[in-house]
Design a protein around this ligand. Structure first.
Ligand SMILES: C[S@@+](CC[C@H](N)C(=O)[O-])C[C@H]1O[C@@H](n2cnc3c(N)ncnc32)[C@H](O)[C@@H]1O
Length: 242
């Protein structure tokens, strides 16, 4: 799967932005609660958000009758392994993949002593794994930050690396602070030269069209209609490779 020079350029800009964020304040970059800016996250409280999220997700999948094998999982855009670590208690093997080396350093520290977890750096839209090696792929709070044109490629890659019957869960945003489209947010407010990260909204019909083109089964779609203080509206999708 090839990318255009423009997409390569945009992905390189993303990598720089996430490397800067990962070096400055990685937990705040992952969960941007304004009260936690400047190293304000207590590491234990932060890790607890991940544990609770994985528990809640497992309960929700069970309530909707969505079953999955607990063999191998890919945590795509794993950040500092907030979700990778609790996934390692559910799955036999977990791989955390991220574009940002400083984020992966944080993930390595978090996963010290966890023997069934591995970490991989990649800034490509081609996921560096063979076909059909994972039973689950998780991409939480990641596709909102990639160049919009690359989202369908990543979805196709998630499908490719899933075993038949494997599931993928991912979040997108239907709304970002200034409405629709893509925003470029500087790492340091007011600093014109600082690297920027992308924040994009994707219309629901667009996601449906991409998933239809992949011939996957949509198992769950959870619109989060609660108004968010920061103006971002998320939705979670779960599809199964058939
Ligand atoms: C908001 S954080 C979410 C981290 C993690 N999923 C969680 O919920 O704790 C987004 C992560 O995605 C990573 N990321 C952004 N673009 C990526 C890409 N194109 N490929 C892989 N990782 C990417 C960033 O480096 C960052 O660690």
């Amino acid at each position: 799967m090839t990318t255009s020079p423009l997409e390569d350029h945009e992905l390189e800009a993303c990598r720089k932005g996430w490397e800067a964020l990962g070096a400055e304040d990685p937990r705040f970059a992952v969960l941007s609660d304004p009260c936690k800016r400047g190293g304000g996250w207590d590491p234990q409280v932060f890790d607890e958000t991940g544990r609770r999220q994985i528990e809640d997700a497992a309960r929700l999948l069970a309530c909707h009758g969505v079953t999955f094998k607990s063999g191998a999982a890919l945590d795509f855009g794993c950040g500092v392994a907030r979700l990778t670590a609790p996934l390692a208690t559910t799955f036999e093997r977990v791989v955390g993949l991220d574009i940002s080396r400083p984020m992966l350093e944080g993930a390595r520290a978090r996963l010290a002593g966890v023997e069934n977890a591995a970490l991989v750096q990649s800034s490509s839209t081609s996921i560096p794994f063979r076909d059909r090696v994972f039973d689950a792929v998780l991409a939480h709070l990641v596709l909102i930050h990639v160049p919009p044109a690359t989202v369908p490629r990543y979805l196709a890659e998630f499908r490719r690396v899933l075993n038949r019957g494997g599931i993928c869960t991912f979040t997108v945003a239907t709304q970002v602070p200034h409405g629709q489209g893509t925003q470029r947010i500087p790492i340091r407010a007011g600093d014109e030269l600082s690297p920027r990260i992308l924040l994009s909204a994707t219309p629901r019909d667009q996601v449906l069209a991409w998933l239809a083109a992949l011939s996957v089964k949509i198992e769950m779609h959870l619109p989060d209609d609660t108004p968010q203080a920061d103006g971002v509206q998320f939705e979670t999708w779960v599809f199964r490779r058939i």
